[in-house]
Structures are given as structure tokens and as C-alpha cells.
Design a binder for this molecule. Structure first.
Ligand code: MRU
Length: 344
């Protein structure tokens, strides 16, 4: 399985480096970014070199650990102060996926608790590193569980699944969320087939979902976003599974722009619509999806395609990165604890 976010420790310099696949280059090139520089880690998240809700949480936790390995010689109170400042900076890189602030908050709380016990800076850093590793290790296990819980759906509903964006191994520490049932079912000797929306404007479906599934020899057919309704109508699809960036307490789900339209279409054509996500994606402080902050990204992502300007300068552009699917359109939420059905 592809390892999106990892690290490397330089024993001579005593510096930890975050190591991530540069997803902007896929599928043409499999390049890595190896860095302990806070600004570069921020930029990697902001520009989607690393992306997908769980993966950005893990990258932020390991990234904070990497950046702070540069200032382990600070007195512990100053170290904790600087850590908080750096965590706030990383947290400001992307607003919608809750996993980012969840992972950073978890690291800061752990360090703050240890600081109360008068730990040295070196020891505080070790605590931080262990917590970041735990976040990643837990995510790997949760993905697996989501996969096991979701794989049974293929027996009941059929093998053809449509997905949107990329919620696979490139988006998590493990085998993904929406794609986890596909990987586990394949291991179990079933033969699921995936239809992947290309996912304009950054083409996570066309570039990433199709790449990682092809690497594992799993059949995948890419369709343009506008073809999804027709493909659902043609009855080629047995179920839809998508990931999530934040799930409100009532079950409303924020996910990649286009998910809402897909859910409306699935409901119209009576095709089960599932969301797959770990507990770190639930935000029970928000009563409904209306309260989820939706990231708006640069117009440039739409204005050009393949290096060519495609929209006249005088035309305006609106580029929300996510939308909210109301809980009433969702058949079930596949989690590591089982499949939740309405009422959520
Ligand atoms: O903008 P992105 O590529 O980070 O958006 C990713 C998604 O919308 C995914 O579906 C979601 O984060 C779940 S990833 C397991």
C-alpha cells in the first residue's frame, strides 16, 4: 500500500524530516518532499502536495514535530509557546477538514500536560513525536476497520461503486476511507470495480484515485464529473461511497465540491449513498453542516487548464473547494466502529 506521509530522522543533525509524496506531480511522477521547514510544510498542505482530511492531520502532526526538532535547545516554556504559534500557523493552511485542527490540538494538549510535570524540552519533544506517530498508527488501523466494515456492502448491493475525489491511501495514513472497502474486498477475493469522477478543478479522481487503484491492479474507469448522472441512471452503479472532511453532529457531511450533486442524483436514481470516515472527521461541536466553514480557493485553479487560459479575463470565477451534503441524502456512514444508519 502507498505510504503518503512518513518521516526520516537524521541522526547526525538530530532533526526529524517530514516525508510526503508530492501529489501535485502525480500521475506523471512519484516525487517526495522531505522537509523540516515550517513554511514549506504549510505550503505543502495549502497547495495540496499533501491532501485528504486524515493525511493533512497526520502531515501537520509530523510536520510540527519536524519543524520543532530545529528548536529543541529552547527552554521548555519557550518551546511550548513556539509550538503553539507554529501549530496555529499550520492550522490556518486549510479550514474545512477538521482532522487538521484535531491532530494539532491533540499534540498540543499532550505536550501541555507533560509540561506541567516539568519535563525537559528534549523530553517534551519525544512526547510530541510519540503522539504524532500514534495519530498515524491509529489512522492506519481505522482505515482497515472502515474497509472491513464497508466490504460487506459489496455482497449485499453489488460490486460497482462510484466515488468522488480521492479518499484512498493517498488521502490517509492507511488504505483510505471511501476506497478502504474496495481494497479489503479485493483482498477477500471479491472483485469490486470503481468508477471515479475526475473531480474538477484539481482532478483528484482522474489523477490520484485512478493512479493508486491501477497500482494495485484494481479496475477503475474515470468519468468526467458531468457524466455521473448518466452513469447512475444507466444502472451500472450499485452504490456510491465518498469520503468526508467534516461531519456535523446531525450527520451533514462536508466533502469535495460535487459530492452534494452526486448525492442528489443517487437519491433520484435510488442508489445507496455512503460516506466513509474515521472518528477524527466528526465535529460534534457543530450542530449542522450550515456551520462548516467552506474553503474558497484561487480562481486560477479554474482559469487555466493544462497550462492554457480557458476563461476570459472579464468573466468572474467562484471556486468553493467543498460542499455540504445534507444527512437526509445519506444512506449510511461507514466508520471504524460500524455503519451508522439514519437517524444519525
Ligand atoms: O481538497 P482535497 O483533495 O484535500 O479534498 C479531499 C476530499 O474531499 C476527500 O474526499 C476527503 O478529504 C476525505 S479523504 C479520506
Amino acid at each position: 500500500m502507498i505510504n503518503t506521509v512518513s518521516y526520516r530522522f537524521d541522526n547526525d543533525k538530530k532533526i526529524l524530516f517530514l516525508k510526503i509524496i508530492d501529489q501535485r506531480k502525480l500521475p506523471e511522477r512519484l516525487d517526495y518532499i522531505v522537509t523540516a521547514d515550517l513554511q514549506q510544510i504549510y505550503d505543502a498542505i495549502k497547495t495540496l502536495a499533501v491532501r485528504g482530511a486524515p493525511a493533512i492531520g497526520i502531515a501537520a502532526a509530523l510536520g510540527l514535530t519536524a519543524a520543532s526538532s530545529n528548536y529543541k535547545d529552547m527552554p521548555s516554556a519557550k518551546f511550548v509557546e513556539k509550538l503553539k504559534k507554529d501549530a496555529d500557523f499550520l492550522d490556518s493552511s486549510r479550514p474545512t477538514a477538521v482532522n487538521l485542527s484535531w491532530a494539532l490540538g491533540r499534540c498540543l494538549r499532550k505536550v501541555a500536560d507533560s509540561a506541567k510535570m516539568s519535563y525537559s524540552t528534549e523530553k517534551l519533544w519525544d512526547v510530541l513525536f510519540k503522539e504524532a506517530q500514534a495519530i498515524r498508527d491509529e489512522d492506519i488501523k481505522m482505515c482497515r476497520k472502515i474497509g472491513e466494515n464497508g466490504a460487506v456492502l459489496f455482497d449485499r448491493l453489488g460490486m460497482n461503486v462510484l466515488t468522488h475525489c480521492n479518499a484512498g491511501s493517498l488521502a490517509t495514513g492507511g488504505c483510505g476511507t471511501a476506497l478502504a472497502p474496495v481494497y479489503v474486498a479485493t483482498e477477500q477475493g471479491k472483485h469490486p470495480e470503481v468508477f471515479a469522477d475526475e473531480t474538477r478543478p484539481l482532478l483528484q479522481g482522474a489523477r490520484l484515485t485512478s493512479w493508486e487503484l491501477s497500482e494495485e491492479q484494481i479496475p477503475v474507469t474515470v468519468i468526467c464529473d458531468g457524466a455521473a448522472a448518466t452513469v447512475l441512471k444507466s444502472k451500472k452503479i450499485d452504490l456510491v461511497i465518498v469520503g468526508a472532511d467534516r461531519i456535523a453532529a446531525n450527520g451533514d457531511v462536508a466533502n469535495k465540491i460535487g459530492t452534494y450533486g452526486l448525492a442528489v442524483c443517487a437519491k433520484y436514481h435510488k442508489i445507496p449513498f455512503y460516506v466513509a470516515a474515521p472518528y477524527s472527521t466528526f465535529d460534534l461541536t457543530l450542530s449542522s453542516g450550515e456551520k462548516i466553514k467552506i474553503e474558497e480557493r484561487s480562481a486560477d485553479e479554474l482559469r487555466s487548464f493544462s497550462g492554457r487560459d480557458i476563461i476570459p479575463d472579464k468573466a468572474m470565477v467562484f471556486n468553493p473547494a467543498f460542499d455540504v451534503t445534507p444527512y437526509s441524502l445519506i444512506t449510511g456512514i461507514i466508520t471504524e466502529k460500524g455503519i451508522f444508519s439514519p437517524p444519525f
